[in-house]
Design a protein around this ligand. Structure first.
Ligand code: SAH
Length: 486
């Protein structure tokens, strides 16, 4: 049967109402579970029950009609679902139900359904039901997956709060237009953010009451979400990051954030590059702070989007301190940091029972940061170093590590543009680190991994091109003679 009209959408109140489920297998069990969730009284008709159905029977949640189907089972039923796997019985159920004007659903047989069960996205009381009219259930499931990503878990708490406070809101705004205006402002304001931050139910109620008393919200409150965009592969963006980018009015992003990731953001969000890259500061930190403040104070939802993770060499801490000083509310969404991503995409386990028992994230982007590092501890064996922003400082890194006693034969891997289509991995030993990098004209962004685990890239690489090496003469290097430490 071709469906020529769309189905009529309907949310049924089945609390304490009898629903007949014919069949006692796993499909029937799934249907019964959904019915129990809605507070219905399922009656299950079948010669056998699954173990779970038995358990529900024992705890009194369902009733059992033992034996073969007969039309008497339909007595008292508001709805019937047939899931027997026997086409003849299914048809019989459908026809008998239809004769009695009871809505019936035969699982996976659209032509034997007077109601369909939609694909559902649930957030507590809030439910989105999707139907393709029975003609394209895969499409409905596809859309459901998209919505699962989009709809935040805290919507459930929001729905519950509005349900609890329905009468109070009505009493305060008897006029529908006013009520609508209030609710729209409420949803655009800080409440959804507070609920995402696990605001306790009592406090959410109190918050709403205050707004109801004041009647007005005052100026729209802006906020900032500090979001980690990961290393470049858009697949490594978290769901929370995606949601924040979807809600943003303004996105202040670093240069390190890839175009593919920016493409995921809301189309009409204003994008501002506030990028910094080693050695090329296009906008000072103060200017970035000022921009965040300006947009947040104008009531906008600002996303401050950073490469990798905002709290790993991202100055995220300073930005939050600034926002806190100025009373701007904020949230933080972590991202996959370069060390974690580059290692994974190069086939380098950062820890390994035979090679490394600890991991250190260090930065070596200027002389000052080099001077401040404790090289003696960095040169210790049995650990992995992940060095950020080290492209220009490789000579220095080698010299100081050799001086501190790191073996010249220790393996390194340089991961350039990690996780991106143009990723390159360059491997070798510490003794010829800068020469090898120069030989391959290493570009930024690149991450240096030092430690025995780096050699595993040779066997475990799986993404992009296999690792590159230095030319032959680098394999037997003349280790530079170094001045003795005083
Ligand atoms: N907050 C970021 C780091 C910013 S510092 C994070 O957590 O990843 C910038 C340095 O990160 C770069 O110089 C480089 O060393 C490293 N980096 C960031 N993305 C990278 C990538 N895709 N490939 C290699 N290195 C990367």
């Amino acid at each position: 049967m071709t469906v020529t009209a769309p189905l009529f959408p309907l949310f049924a109140d089945l609390r304490d109402r009898t629903v007949l489920v014919v069949g006692g297998g796993v499909v029937a069990e799934r249907k019964v579970e959904a019915l129990l969730h809605a507070g219905a009284l399922p009656r299950v008709g079948s010669p056998q029950l699954t173990r779970t159905l038995h358990a529900w029977l024992e705890s009194g949640r369902i009733r059992w009609l033992d034996g073969a189907y007969h039309d008497g089972w339909l007595d008292e039923a508001w709805l019937v679902i047939a899931a027997t796997g026997d086409a003849e019985v299914n048809r019989q159920v459908y026809e008998a139900a239809t004769a009695r004007r009871i809505l019936a659903n035969v699982v996976d047989q659209a032509e034997l359904c007077s109601f369909h069960s939609p694909a559902v996205v649930r957030r507590g009381l809030l439910q989105v039901a999707i139907s393709s009219g029975g003609g394209a259930p895969m499409l409905a499931r596809h859309v459901r997956r998209q919505l699962e990503v989009l709809l935040d878990g805290s919507l459930g708490s929001l729905a519950a709060l509005l349900d609890r406070q329905r009468e109070a809101i009505r009493a305060r705004f008897p006029d529908l237009g006013q009520r609508r205006g209030f609710l729209e402002k409420l949803l655009a304001g800080p409440l959804p953010r507070l609920l995402r931050q696990q605001l306790h139910a009592d406090r959410a109620d109190a918050f709403l009451h205050r707004l109801l008393e004041d009647g007005e919200h005052g100026p729209a409150a802006g906020s900032v979400v500090l979001v980690g965009a990961g290393p470049g592969d858009p697949g490594l963006v978290t769901l929370n990051a995606l949601r924040a980018m979807n809600e943003a009015d303004v996105i202040l992003h670093d240069r390190l954030v890839s175009a593919e990731v920016l493409d995921l953001a809301r189309r009409d969000a204003t994008r501002i590059e506030v990028g910094k890259s080693a050695g090329r500061h296009s906008m000072g930190q103060d200017q970035i702070h000022a921009l965040m403040l300006e947009h947040a104070r104008a009531g906008r939802r600002v996303v401050r989007l950073k490469g990798g993770d905002p709290f790993v060499f991202g100055r995220g801490g300073e930005e939050l301190e600034f926002l806190r000083r100025h009373g701007i509310p904020f949230e933080v969404v972590p991202g996959i940091t370069a060390a974690v991503a580059c290692a994974a995409y190069a086939g380098i386990p950062l820890t390994h029972r035979e090679h490394a028992r600890s991991l250190r994230l260090v930065t070596a982007h200027c002389k000052d940061s080099l001077d401040k590092l404790d090289w003696a501890s960095l040169a210790q064996p049995d650990q992995t170093l992940a060095v950020y922003m080290g492209v220009a400082g490789l000579e220095q890194v080698r010299e100081r590590l050799l001086l501190a006693g790191m073996p010249p034969g220790l393996a390194f891997a340089l991961v350039e543009n990690g996780s991106r289509p143009q990723q390159r991995v360059i491997t070798g030993t510490l003794a010829t680190l800068p020469e090898t990098a120069r030989h391959h004209q290493l570009q930024s962004p690149a991450l240096l991994v030092l430690g025995e685990v780096a050699a595993l890239a040779g066997q475990l690489h799986w993404f992009g091109q296999p690792p590159l090496h230095g030319p032959q003469q680098f394999d037997n290097p003349r280790v530079p003679t170094l001045p003795r430490a005083a």
